[in-house]
Unconditional design. Structure first.
Length: 123
């Protein structure tokens, strides 16, 4: 079932795979794929108007920190998108133990420090 939903919502890379490789390393790629699949699955299961998921590189200008940002692009108003975003965060909070399952300490650090989330409304 997960394979079917992953093809319905496109993943758009606005950064290079080279940057992702540098940030995530070998152990982080399966985690990134797991997070993308989970977002696609949740959106498809709940019939959300998710147009795409953007994978973007973000570097904080004030502190020395950079990470990959997964941006959920919803097709709807800002209010609707914010509601779906809140719902997504609730579902992710419940699913986090499943995501952590099988991860060692360094992989958990990657999850916590190298991947973040945001949403965008595109009516």
């Amino acid at each position: 079932m997960m394979a079917e939903t992953t093809t319905q919502i496109p993943v758009v890379w606005t950064t290079t795979h080279k940057i992702a490789n540098r940030l995530l390393g070998e152990t982080g790629h399966p985690l990134l794929e797991r997070m993308l699949s989970l977002a696609q699955h949740i959106a498809a299961e709940r019939n959300w108007p998710l147009k795409s998921i953007k994978v973007t590189h973000y570097q904080d200008p004030e502190v020395v920190w950079e990470y990959l940002l997964l941006v959920l692009v919803f097709d709807g108003s800002q209010v609707e998108s914010e509601y779906l975003w809140d719902e997504y965060l609730e579902v992710m909070e419940e699913a986090i133990e499943d995501v952590y399952q099988g991860l060692n300490a360094s992989e958990r650090v990657i999850f916590a420090n190298m991947i973040d989330y945001e949403f965008y409304s595109n009516p």
